[in-house]
Ligand binder design. Structure first.
Ligand SMILES: [Zn+2]
Length: 337
């Protein structure tokens, strides 16, 4: 194809050259060789950045995770401990945090969860805390960001259902400690990765968090998946219109419940639903891919996320370049050289 194109251009130039020698007048009438025979388009080249993943190096060795990333076209993964693991007090080091990111800085970005988030979940459940607790929480977050080992905070569950994996978590978006986290995130210009089922209260709390510090980038994860069926493209649109500091990432799975079918991004023929497509076109700088993969937890985890490629392939060029990589590059300040 490339070759033929080059030959066409070459022959046009040759004709122009001959024409130029024979008659300048004739030459003036020659149509200019237009390279616009093909309009430049950006197509999905099969590589993207995944901004929401959970690795467990104790399950699948890190080298094997990287090999699979290469096969799947995943340039980088943002890794974080899941809310349930944090809630159960499992150390973040078991999840490659921050070690994997330090060892392979061009493949992983680690988010800080750790002791501070464990404290947050406990305090939110208990309903009370001391001034000393708060100071400790705040300094843990600040120290983590100061160390430059982390790209942000997460995974922070504001509303997590026990049906997911046995852990029920509720942290109001306007909990004083969330406001502290938001200010520290803004101070270091890092995002907060949020897991939240849509309920009237949780959405209202998230709005207060978004309004508290408009410099804080909040990534409300798992677009296209909702156990209440309420995280619809319509709700997402309202929230994005109202809150310029709100971002999201697409998570695609075959939906099994009516609620999840109600918010799915791909229809039964694997086509992007029109309401979602319009939303991506209208807010191309707010969405990313966040597969929520947990390599090693299930044998075929990398197979389960293949639909993210099916999704990316359908995006119009100007939207694709943002969603596959550029938004993540900007938000996580990824150096691509
Ligand atoms: Zn989640």
């Amino acid at each position: 194809m490339q070759k033929n194109h080059a030959i066409v251009l070459l022959s046009i130039s040759f004709v122009s050259l001959i024409a130029g020698c024979v008659s300048p007048a004739l030459n003036a009438q020659q149509p200019t060789a237009s390279p616009a025979i093909t309009t430049p388009t950006i197509k999905f080249e099969g590589r993207y950045i995944d901004v929401h993943t959970h690795i467990t190096p104790n399950g699948m060795p890190i080298d094997q995770i990287i090999q699979n990333m290469d096969k799947e076209g995943i340039d980088r993964m943002v890794i974080m401990e899941s809310p349930t693991d944090i809630y159960n007090g499992k150390p973040q080091s078991e999840f490659g945090i921050p070690d994997a990111a330090e060892k392979y800085p061009d493949r992983f970005i680690a988010l800080y969860g750790g002791e501070a988030l464990f404290m947050l979940y406990s305090v939110a459940a208990k309903g009370n805390y001391t001034k000393a607790d708060e100071e400790k929480f705040s300094s843990l977050l600040d120290e983590a960001m100061k160390s430059r080992k982390y790209g942000g905070f997460g995974e922070v569950a504001l509303r997590h259902y026990a049906a997911e994996d046995g852990t029920e978590i509720t942290v109001p978006g306007d909990h004083p400690w969330m406001l502290i986290m938001s200010d520290i995130a803004a101070k270091y210009d890092v995002p907060i990765d949020i897991h939240m089922e849509s309920e009237d209260e949780s959405v209202a709390g998230l709005e207060k968090l978004l309004d508290h510090n408009k410099n804080t980038k909040i990534i409300w994860e798992h677009a296209g998946r909702s156990n209440t069926g309420k995280t619809t493209p319509q709700l997402m649109r309202q929230m994005m219109e109202k809150h310029p500091n709100l971002y999201s990432a697409v998570k695609i799975r075959k939906p099994k419940t009516a609620e999840r079918i109600a918010v799915r991004i791909l229809d039964e023929n694997d086509k992007i639903m029109p309401e979602w497509m319009t939303l991506f076109r209208d807010f191309p700088d707010r969405f990313m891919v966040g597969s929520d993969i947990k390599p090693g937890e299930k044998e075929d985890e990398f197979n389960r996320i293949k639909d993210h490629r099916t999704f990316l392939k359908q995006l119009p060029p100007e939207v694709l370049k943002n969603i596959e990589k550029e938004n993540a590059v900007r938000i996580y300040k990824i150096n691509q050289t």
